[in-house]
Design a protein around this ligand. Structure first.
Ligand code: FCB
Length: 461
């Protein structure tokens, strides 16, 4: 049997984000972020932990880049901490913050690893939140100034830029459900925040291009395929609404279609928007958000089955996240559903027609640790990657312009409100000693990266 070969210039990589790995929260002039504040608030993070130390990557980046090199990693997606670069949110640039990313980028380039930088992976400077955060238009302006400072400094070496990671999470988890920083529960504010996040993406795009000639820039959305739980009209309507809230609310404006009208109607009916609708949208905003992008980043983890009625098994959540038996869930409680990656890529390709797509995150949480011989036999993660990569390969064969794939994550790290208990890494981290141990999945991916192909035979578990 021949392995599934990927296109010749396919970009393979691994991903991380700054708050989840860097630590050094108070070093070299870094300002407070909304995640520092949120994590320090009792009851917000499951194990009471924070990213204050995390994987200590700020001090160990040389070792971490060498580790990536040893695993044949061709590209690395990381994020830049706004509060390191502009500690007060706007105004003075902290040279030491920029220097860190400059050293990281140089080390990557020396190792032959292509940097993909994300400008916002959720760590807003707390001072801006104190002024209203993403529900204020001024925050979008401040983001553009911060982005400009970063790109001016790194744009000679970094050519691949992602403005935002998952604006759905930044707005809805942060301001509607309050389970992420800043922990606000106010749906009306969340909708306004989503617009300002998208607006800041659109405003930043030309600024990135101006300061980085030859830049390739885009945004990363977390997309989830959804299905109605039954044929009933009520389940279908719940499905339409959930898909609108989660997927279309972001996909549509980024692709020049404005905000979905059915959702604007729903939000007005729910009292989350005034009767006049999206009053925060000013002339030119929608055009800005639809700035031509070189790619769309897609983060894929699982699917959702949507029903209209609350059911006890789903803890009164009208959404069922999974149909599969519990044994097949990852430790996040997320169903393993590789076909959902195929469905997502095909949907975006067929309905939105982006120039290119990258899977900017895909991965799974299993807590397998080192055995007596010091090996980490994470067979389920190997199977997860193998099956999702086959799904990605199938989407390419069916025409989807998928140009790259980044595994989440390089190493175990701070999983937000879930703390350190959830391990997504292909490299195990011992948080006591900071020892890094590549897992079986790292060896598996190292071979995929080297072969530019995914095995079709049954990979031994
Ligand atoms: C995504 C986030 C990433 C990580 C994974 C598991 O939503 O972008 O930081 O937490 O989920």
């Amino acid at each position: 049997m021949t392995d599934h070969a990927f296109p010749e210039d396919f970009v393979w990589g691994v991903a991380t984000s700054c708050y989840q790995i860097e630590g050094a929260a108070q070093e070299d002039g870094r300002g407070e972020s909304i995640w520092d504040r949120f994590a320090a608030t009792p009851g917000k993070v499951i194990d009471g932990s924070s990213g204050a130390v995390a994987c200590d990557h700020y001090h160990r980046y040389v070792e971490d880049v060498a580790l990536m090199k040893s695993l044949n990693v061709p590209a690395y997606r990381f994020s830049i901490a706004w509060p390191r670069v502009v500690p007060a949110g706007r105004g003075a640039v902290n040279q030491k913050g920029l220097d860190f990313y400059s050293r990281l980028v140089d080390t990557l380039l020396e190792a032959g690893i292509k940097p993909f930088a994300t400008l916002y992976h959720w760590d807003l400077p707390q001072v801006l939140e104190d002024e209203g955060g993403w529900s204020k238009r001024e925050t979008a302006k401040a983001f553009v100034d911060y982005a400009e400072a970063v790109v001016r400094h790194l744009g000679d070496r970094v050519t691949d830029w992602i403005t935002h990671n998952e604006p759905w999470c930044a707005s809805m988890l942060g301001y509607e459900m309050g389970v992420h920083a800043p922990g606000v529960v106010d749906k009306a504010r969340a909708i306004v925040a989503s617009h300002h996040l998208l607006l800041s993406h659109g405003w930043a795009m030309p600024v990135i291009r101006e300061h980085c000639p030859g830049a390739r820039a885009g945004i990363t959305l977390n997309l989830q395929p959804m299905e109605p739980a039954s044929d009933s009209a009520a389940d279908h309507d719940a499905w339409r609404h959930s898909d609108g809230h989660f997927n279309r609310w972001f996909l549509d404006p980024v692709h020049g279609r404005g905000y979905p009208e059915d959702m604007v109607r729903d939000y007005i009916a729910g009292g989350f928007l005034p009767a006049e609708g999206m009053t925060m949208v000013q002339p030119g905003d929608l055009e800005a958000i639809a700035a031509p992008a070189d790619f769309l980043g897609v983060n894929y983890y699982n699917r959702m089955i949507i029903r209209s009625e609350k059911i006890p098994e789903a803890q009164n959540d009208p959404v069922i996240r999974s149909l599969a038996p519990k044994e097949e869930w990852t430790e996040m409680g997320w169903e393993v559903y590789p076909n959902g990656l195929y469905q997502t890529l095909m949907r975006v390709y067929l309905h939105y027609g982006p120039r290119k797509m990258y899977v900017t995150e895909n991965g799974c949480s299993y807590s397998t640790g080192p055995d007596a011989d010091g090996q980490v036999p994470d067979a389920r993660r190997v199977a997860y990657f193998r099956d999702h990569l086959r799904a990605a390969h199938r989407a390419i064969a069916d025409g989807a312009p998928l140009a790259g794939y980044f595994a989440w994550s390089l190493m175990d790290n701070y999983e937000w409100e879930r703390g350190y208990g959830q391990r997504f890494g292909i490299v195990h981290v011992d948080y006591e000693t900071q020892a890094r141990t590549p897992k079986a999945s790292a060896e598996f991916l190292a071979k995929v990266f080297a072969d530019n192909a995914v095995p079709v035979d049954e990979t031994p578990a």
